[in-house]
Design a protein around this ligand. Structure first.
Ligand code: LLP
Length: 454
């Protein structure tokens, strides 16, 4: 179980603590559902990646896994780059004061406005997903009127078959990202021929939650094999951006490669394809998301109901679920569940832990083993929920998104506040200004947004 939990995890009387703070205390202070992120775990992961890849590698955090200002500042301090995929993510890193030159912009459907904002911000690299994007970029640069020209990378769709969930496989037949090597080769020649933009490299992201290191070696080989015959199209040092995808452990006993094994697997591919001799100077870029943040985070819920199910054991219904973590429904994701309130408690029993949403698929864990005296009001903790959970949360059933707290050395700081009803309703132009309902708690002035006429 330990490898699923944040590094600062400890227990007192069997009750969990992270960053030296009891989970029950966090729940009482900030409410639930709550996303708790262990800062020391994050730093540990960033350090392990740096040690595995060396000072020169372009370590790039995939912002889609989880993004907030506090994390962006930490990444900047540690010398990481950030990959973003939308105007919203771009704006978040910009407002956090992150240097544009350390941003990589991805996306298979970038809008003109997003390209313009990226150029105006001075992003370092843009990954071209399809041939027409070169013209889109030219128009965006003209519209912005800036002399800044981001370096360009071409996204390749190569013929590999990653062993992972079909929804997170991003190369091979049936996938819609990037270009085949032959199309990408003609785009490379076009960009090099026009001489207006610097084509610096290629990008391959084969998929996510990949456990088999051999796949990473193949990705590296495919990238080198593509660039080598076209080397003249890439002036200077070649960017070999080999994407993300390293798996994170979700369940006790689940083994995944370490950052070092990941780096070694990529190196095997680079060596096998003779990268140094065929490319000369190149820079390795990787874009891990999940493997950096997944196990730094856990989600806290409060149990609102315990009830017997007809012929199917007992259910514990909590105050979140599908809206703050759609992964069980989308990918059949499976998590551990811990009772943070009860420690060891009575003899363990199996419970179905369900969310609060109006569909039978809202099951956080179909058979969690928890103390038999687990009761309404107890706090449950779901480890491994740092990646693609808060980032994918919705407001389904009118449930606002949770708060996020960072913990370390016995202290907790709220880095994203919980969404209020006013946040939920702020874009509905027909609702008018909020009037506190009778008996409702007063709404803070800062949370009230002016709204347009009905
Ligand atoms: N680079 C690119 C271009 C990507 O599309 C992704 C993930 C990454 C890097 C980071 O991959 P990671 O190291 O996190 O595996 N929502 C899904 C995962 C979708 C991954 C999308 N792309 C889930 O919850 O499993």
């Amino acid at each position: 179980m330990k490898h699923v939990l944040p590094v600062s995890w400890s227990e007192a009387d069997g009750r969990g603590r992270v960053g030296g703070v009891a989970l029950t205390e966090l729940a009482a202070r900030f409410g639930t559902p709550l996303v708790v992120v262990d800062e020391s775990h994050l730093e540990d992961r960033l350090t392990r990646f740096r040690a595995a890849f060396g000072a020169d590698a372009g370590l790039t955090y995939a912002g889609k896994a989880f993004l907030c200002g506090a994390l962006v500042r930490l990444l900047d301090r540690e010398g990481w780059l950030v990959d973003v995929v939308s105007g919203g993510e771009l704006e978040l890193v910009r407002r956090a004061g992150f240097p544009g030159r350390n941003v990589i912009l991805h996306g298979n459907a970038k809008s003109a406005a997003e390209l313009e904002r990226a150029i105006a911000y001075g992003v370092g690299r843009i990954v071209i997903d399809h041939p027409d994007e070169v013209d889109d970029l030219r128009r965006a640069a003209a519209a912005v009127g800036s002399g800044h020209r981001p370096d360009l990378l071409l996204r390749l769709n190569v013929d590999l078959d990653p062993a992972t969930h079909e929804k997170v496989r991003t190369v091979g037949p049936g996938t819609h990202f990037g270009m085949s090597p032959s199309v990408a080769a003609s785009v490379a020649r076009r960009i090099a021929g026009a001489g207006e933009w610097r084509l610096t490299g290629v990008h391959i992201h084969a998929g996510s939650q990949i456990r088999d290191p051999v796949l990473f070696s193949r990705v590296a080989e495919a990238a080198v094999d593509f660039v080598a015959p076209l080397r003249l199209c890439f002036p200077g040092t070649v960017d070999l951006d080999l994407g993300g995808g390293l798996a994170a452990p979700y369940r006790a006993g689940e083994e995944v490669p370490s950052p070092r094994e990941y780096a070694e697997a990529l190196q095997v591919g680079l060596d096998r394809s003779d990268a140094e001799a065929r490319l000369g100077a190149y820079r390795l870029i990787v874009e891990p998301g999940r493997s950096v943040i997944a196990n730094a985070g856990l989600t806290l819920y409060t149990i609102h109901a315990r009830k017997r199910l007809d012929g199917a054991g007992e259910a514990l219904a909590v105050d979140g679920g599908l809206s703050d973590n759609p992964r069980p429904s989308l990918y059949g994701a499976s998590y551990e569940v811990l009772n943070a309130s009860r420690g060891r408690g009575d003899a363990p029993r199996s419970f179905r832990v369900v969310g609060r949403h109006c569909e039978s698929g809202d099951v956080i864990a179909p058979a969690a083993t928890l103390p038999g005296d687990t009761a309404v009001g107890d706090v449950l903790a779901i480890p491994g929920t740092g990646a693609y959970v808060f980032a994918m949360s919705s407001r389904y059933n009118g449930v606002g998104r949770p708060a996020v707290v960072f913990v370390r050395d016995g202290a907790a700081r709220e880095v994203v506040r919980r969404e209020t009803d006013d946040d939920l309703l702020a874009c509905d132009l027909s609702l008018g200004s909020p009037e506190p309902a009778r008996g409702a708690r007063p709404v803070s002035a800062a949370a009230v947004r002016p709204s347009r006429a009905r």
